[in-house]
Design a protein. Sequence first.
Length: 462
Amino acid sequence: DREKEEEEGRKRVRVNRKNVMELLKMSAPDWPIISLAFLMAGVAALMQANIPYYTGQVIDYASIDPEPAMFRHTIVMLVVVSAACGVFSGIRGGLFTVAMCTLNVRLRKRLLHALLQMEQGYFDTTRTGEITSRLAADTSTVSDSVCLNLNVMLRSAAQAVVVLAYMFRAQWRLTVVTLILVPAVLAVSKVYGAYFSRLAKRVQAELAGANAVAEEVLSSMATVKAHAAQDSAEAAYAGKLDVYFKLLVREAIAYTAYMATNTFLPQGVAALVLLYGGCLVLDHRMSAGALVSFMLYQQSLSSAFQTMGDVFSSLTAAVGAADKVLELMHRTPQVSASGSLIPTTFEGRIELRDVVFSYPARPTARVLCGLSLAVPPGQVVALVGPSGGGKSSIVKLVQRFYVPQAGSVLLDGRDVGAYHHKWLRRAVGMVAQEPTLYARSIRRNIIIGLEPEDGWEGAGPG
């Protein structure tokens, strides 16, 4: 089981990397905006790194070695770099927000385009709620989470790099002591992330099982009430929720240990830095203001590493959520619309030869078994039979909503799959018993599929 889990973990990492590359490719048109955001992040990090430096200078000029003129000048510089840090941080955040919005729109457009190419059988076997959830919720989750976490990750990484440079410049010995924190935090984050990922997968599985029990009960309420089975239904649902709750408790325990460790490590390192830095101040090898500046650097660095650890887990979850969206976008329709034939003349002769057909949602239930039918042009034909006899199925096969498992469906002697799909839809008219009316004008409901966006030139205003 452990080897299986490790293999699944490696597979998940490969999938996540592939998803990251796919999302980066989709963000390629926005790279000018993202590059400018990177530049703003670097400038903001530089300004932020100067704040501890000027803070230490203020302390030195105000108390250790009083110099009123330099004190006032340093205060002005502190205000200037603080304001600049705020401005450039705001620009960086605004640019990432624009990139997030454009990625969101691009994801929605591409996903809807992919869904519109799916065969009818896909919609028979997939719940509409699941599809709309992918289109409405998952696309926003992916774009918002990825861009937001990337924004925070970039800010924290730039902050860590610039602060480290300032720390080495200020006091390299104290910097070496501070760097003890880095491998410790990375190790804790890696162990916690791997464990939490496995646990989260089990949590989602148990929650899905509980939802399945509830859905089954609610969708067959008449049967439940007829057999007075409310108590057993509640017991089944509660049993699933009990397992779900126990897993949530384990998640809480893991998070408690993670936060306790991650909170203690920076404070422990800070104590070591203060101990060593205090000795340097007592030996007059470092000023008190410089030590204050270094402690502020150290706090800033600790904050950056903690943020990157938290964001890494969130970014991994967001990229994992993109899997379903990208999977749908790359799914190949099982009924291809690859026909290109647009005949110059068309008589309308319909023929079915030895057609065997069953719906994808019910593959074992045969609807048509070796049916043959010929309808000459201009002839009116009525299909009469009991409910479920295959009358509507014949019409759907002629329209190529489905493909038969055996036999052939012909129009003017050619397979319906050979015709261009848009031409075929316009050549075969259909009036349903219960037509769907869309939230648009009456005229646009009438000419649906014949608008300029559909490539129909004769649908101008009128």
